[in-house]
Ligand binder design. Structure first.
Ligand code: ZN
Length: 66
């Protein structure tokens, strides 16, 4: 009987540079892959999403004041 112990892969592979912060993304991180071959950290994408929401809100407020 073979006594094989499955080990979690410990090798960390470089994926790409984050399109938001420019730092490297490795396969042990949470990241997103975009159409066109770009990647971003999950956290960076979330931050960017909220930043855009805030910007949008600001623009809408500015427009409603005019
Ligand atoms: Zn990032």
């Amino acid at each position: 009987m073979a006594n094989k112990t499955w080990k979690k892969p410990t090798q960390i592979i470089y994926v790409n540079d984050c399109k938001y912060c420019g730092k490297e993304i490795t396969n042990d991180m949470s990241f997103l892959a975009f159409y066109g071959g770009t990647h971003a950290h999950f956290d960076c994408d979330r931050k960017e999403y909220y930043k855009q929401l805030i910007e949008k809100e600001k623009n809408e407020k500015r427009l409603s004041q005019n």
